[in-house]
Ligand binder design. Structure first.
Ligand code: ZN
Length: 233
């Protein structure tokens, strides 16, 4: 009784708003309002046969993928952009964990928890990490890990630190430099594992492609990808 009165009182001072539409929520709603939960543009790619998955097709001839998954479609000027904005620029890390947990539970219900051994987020540049305080891909990985009940590792993959500048290199050397932005951080954690590589948003897919190639070269048994949102091409 007192507890709920106290919560109602707190609600007057700090209205409990939906992370997606910013509208006040009613009691019992948490993080996302009922309407947003019902109306988010879910892809349901995990329910499609691999050859009919449009996201998987985008990686044909570039990176062999077991599963290509994205929770929702990226749409500008709406709930999805709001969610990603809260996650990336407003310090709302729970957006990543909540969406990861919801999506992970859905993937588990579809039996996909038996398809992966380890969840690995795309690493963030150290400078951005210290500015934001967290890696948005890692909080999504953490949520997926809870929902799928599978381990995740933020150390399995890392960004390399450059010591030389780009300016004095020729074209080929510069390309090699870009291609070696990522490296395996924990070789023993990757070897023989079916990795679910995750990021917040997929646009061109170049980052996931580079990370996936590094993980395969590092001995991963297979690569699957999962993002919060993917942009249509
Ligand atoms: Zn809402």
């Amino acid at each position: 009784m007192w507890h709920s009165l106290f919560n109602d009182f707190l609600g007057l001072i700090y209205p409990n708003v939906c992370l997606a539409c910013r509208e006040p929520m009613v009691r019992g709603e948490k993080h996302l309002c009922t309407r947003c939960r019902a109306e988010l543009p879910y892809t349901d790619f995990h329910l499609l046969p691999p050859e009919e998955n449009p996201l998987g097709r985008r990686f044909w001839g570039k990176l062999p993928l077991q599963h290509a998954l994205s929770y929702v479609r990226f749409l500008r000027h709406g709930r999805i952009q709001q969610l990603l904005h809260q996650l990336k620029y407003k310090g709302q890390r729970e957006v990543g964990t909540v969406l990861g947990q919801l999506y992970g539970a859905e993937l588990q219900a579809a039996g996909l928890n038996t398809e992966f051994d380890l969840i690995v987020p795309v690493p963030l540049h150290p400078r951005k990490l210290s500015k934001r305080g967290y890696n948005q891909a890692a909080v999504f990985a953490e949520g997926l890990s809870k929902g799928l009940q599978l381990p995740w590792s933020a150390l399995a993959l890392r960004r390399t630190r450059f010591t030389s500048t780009q300016t004095r290199k020729n074209r080929t050397q510069r390309w090699e430099n870009v291609a070696t932005v990522f490296e395996v951080g924990l070789p023993e954690a990757i070897a023989g594992q079916r990795v679910l590589l995750v990021d917040d948003v997929l646009t061109t897919g170049a980052t996931l492609e580079a990370c996936g190639a590094v993980l395969l070269a590092g001995g991963a048994a297979s690569i699957s990808i999962a993002t919060i949102a993917c942009a249509d091409r």
